[in-house]
Design a protein around this ligand. Sequence first.
Ligand code: G16
Length: 560
Amino acid sequence: MADPVFPHQFSRAGNTTHTGEVFSIPQEEQLAYGTAGFRFRAEKLPFIVFRCAYVASLRARQLDSAIGVMITASHNPAADNGVKLVDPSGDMLSQQWEKYATEIVNATDEDLPSAVRALEKQMSQVEKSRISSGQTKNARVVCGMDTRISGPHLMSAARAGSALFNVQFVDVGIVTTPMLHYTVKSFNEPEFAEPTNQGYYRAISSAFRELYGITQEPEGSRYQPHVIVDCANGVGAPRLREFLEHIPRDMLEIELRNERGELNHDCGADFVKISQKMPTEFRNSEEGKEGKCVSFDGDADRILYFRGKGAESGDSESVELFDGDRIAVLFAMYLKEQLDEFAAIKTNYRLTMGIIQTAYANGASTRFIRDSLKIETVIVPTGVKHLHEAASEFDVGIYFEANGHGTVVFSEQFNSAIRRAPSSIMCIRRLALFSRVINETVGDAFADLMAIEMCLRHFGWSMDDWNQKLYSDVPNIQIKVPVDDRSIFKTTNAEQTLLKPDGIQKRIDEDVAKFKSSRAFIRPSGTENIVRIYAEADTVENTLLLGKSLEQVVLSIRSA
Ligand code: G16
């Protein structure tokens, strides 16, 4: 086949932005597939999206399947954008293909055809002959975007990239990232769900309504079904409104805030987690101790719960956080209760369960999981791809980053055990329905919201109960330090130890040794031009001191 012709406006030199200007990208600038795909100022993205869609079309032909392209910069500011690829099962792109995507994005126009040929050489004989005989009717690039102004132009770049091999292009419009993941899986597994927004809404909401129907609140329940959602002014707002048409108000009363302002500005899960403050449009006097509030991020793949500290605290801005760690523990308690009942009945099945966290997990949560729940925990580097992979080693793998990104994955062994057991047994029905409420493909704010409310209702818990019956967070802080070149920071040990620049880990260790019960690490972000500092210690004051001292360490490198 002749080498395809690459349109000039999607080349490095001619890269044309959504405002019609040319923003060229120097050939020597190496672009990296980060924590969650390529993420930069939107001006850089047309060329990158074009090349990524091209890679997606190659992968789609290789596997004769739908591959996803999601145009989003999630929690980043509105002026940024990004692109990530989704594999046929709805999971993140395989790490081998992340490498190919990086090579293809960084190849010169002249080198591109040979880079593609090198990639094609890696394919199996079966895949090659399927492609050469044209048996690729299921190959599709399924593309969605968030609400950013640069999105539609990037969608046209994706369409152009997929067109090079005539792969069918499906534009699903403005969707949350988890909806795109779910839709890709639905295209490839038609029995899973209909590959449309309505198909996604119906699948999750019908499982929720059924689970609601069999869930009995215990006597003296303090559960309350009113939730206020901070939509981060992102795609979560319009899509959640549609989703809620499938959830009766007498089951859940959901109120939406931050629907149309500036994306992620003073609101959203990242803002709430890092500042530990109320998002805009929320007031401590109204949403104080009694309130149940939730924050999504810009593409609704993260969820956090929070409430004000109450008028009596004298602090009108700070929040009490119920973060990803606390959500993971809630899911673990619910699932463990069902699995224990199941084990008592079906002794021939031994289903394993584990919780995957990152170094950002609050130390108190990890101790509680190991010591009180007696569940195995695994710590992996930041990034859903790492958590998802580790969770898949268990029959029931719960993974959550403290920032609210997480879900539960279930093994084949789990599915067949549940299918074979009589559905009249309550724990079996709960497990089966819970696994359908959850979006297994990736962390999903809507699906997680439904599952969390169901667990709280099952236990009859108020926010106070959820807070007090588990563990108390140890004081912790996260600081972002802008840097020119984050690539000079190299880590190991699940990102808890800094290898480069030389000598910095020693300074971190010395600082940590000054405070009781302390722990800290420094790592480069994979999504922003910043270095992140995490610190915890015995008191709020000491945590602040430790965090500030480490900030000085990073600033001293910056100015060296
Ligand atoms: C993405 C990833 C998350 C990660 C976050 C921050 O989230 O999917 O796994 O925790 O970036 O990553 P980093 O610390 O490397 O900047 P999102 O919600 O922005 O897509």
